[in-house]
Design a protein around this ligand. Structure first.
Ligand code: MG
Length: 251
């Protein structure tokens, strides 16, 4: 086993869900009330707070089963529908459908370069771990998308109880990785992924949220590997390594 590990964000880095949360809420509503007229923008404006990752300082280790996690989110989903003008009975039914809708693998797309870059790095000895702010079902979703075999572990905020950029989830990832000599974090969120990793002593590579920066990230990782005389990209030499792309929106 090598001592080189890449920590990967999931959403917007390796794969994406069509319409993300707002799209999912519209889909769930359509299943209950076809022709409702509610748009993603209508409902999306009420989804900017209340999710676990909106308060990364707090942590939620007590939500230690998938059902508890979704139970805690239900009022947020319900509120979004109600504030959009959806009636309470329809809102309740739609909110119940969001879990299955969000985790439906057919609504997810793996970026075209994802598998190629994972294989390329694995071929030069890098191990892969996902570090994601996500729903509890991420592991099963990755299996369904064919991605799970490329990763030796999935460190999921819904299961650890700590959301990026909280250092605790990065510490959990480093522990899972065996505190490797060389480690990178690759993600599309400047705060959660890059600043969060940096605060934990891990250098980060910011990628575009559409998967187009993955090959560039791999080149950067491999160039560090090959530069044997240079300091390694180790925890002690943490540095930002961001291509000049616009800031990614937060989830
Ligand atoms: Mg992301």
């Amino acid at each position: 086993m090598t001592d080189h590990v890449v920590l990967w964000d999931f959403d917007g880095t390796l794969a994406t869900r069509q319409g993300m949360w707002r799209g999912c809420l519209v889909e769930a509503l359509s299943a209950v009330s076809p022709g409702h007229g509610v748009t993603g923008d209508d409902v999306g404006q009420w989804l900017n707070e209340g999710f676990p990752w909106h308060d990364p300082d707090a942590g939620h280790p007590s939500l230690d089963t998938p059902d508890l996690w979704w139970d805690a989110l239900r009022p947020v989903l319900l509120n979004a529908y109600l504030r959009t003008g959806v009636g309470s009975a329809v809102a309740s039914q739609a909110a119940e459908l969001v879990r299955g809708c969000y985790t439906d693998p057919t609504r997810w797309t793996v970026f075209p370069d994802t598998v190629a870059v994972l294989e390329e790095l694995a071929g030069t000895g890098w191990r892969h771990i996902v570090v994601s702010n996500h729903v509890p079902e991420l592991d099963a979703l990755m299996e369904a998308l064919g991605l799970r075999p490329y990763f030796e572990a999935v460190v999921n905020s819904a299961l650890t109880g700590w959301e990026k950029p909280n250092p605790r989830i990065f510490e959990a990832a480093l522990q899972q990785a065996g505190h490797p000599e060389r480690v990178w974090m690759v993600g599309d969120n400047p705060t959660a992924d890059i600043a969060g990793a940096h605060a934990a002593g891990i250098p980060g590579i910011l990628v575009a949220p559409d998967g187009t920066g993955l090959k560039s990230a791999v080149r950067q990782i491999k160039s560090q590997t090959n530069r044997s005389a240079a300091p390694p990209a180790s925890r002690s030499t943490a540095a930002f390594a961001s291509p000049s792309i616009p800031s990614a929106p937060t989830r």
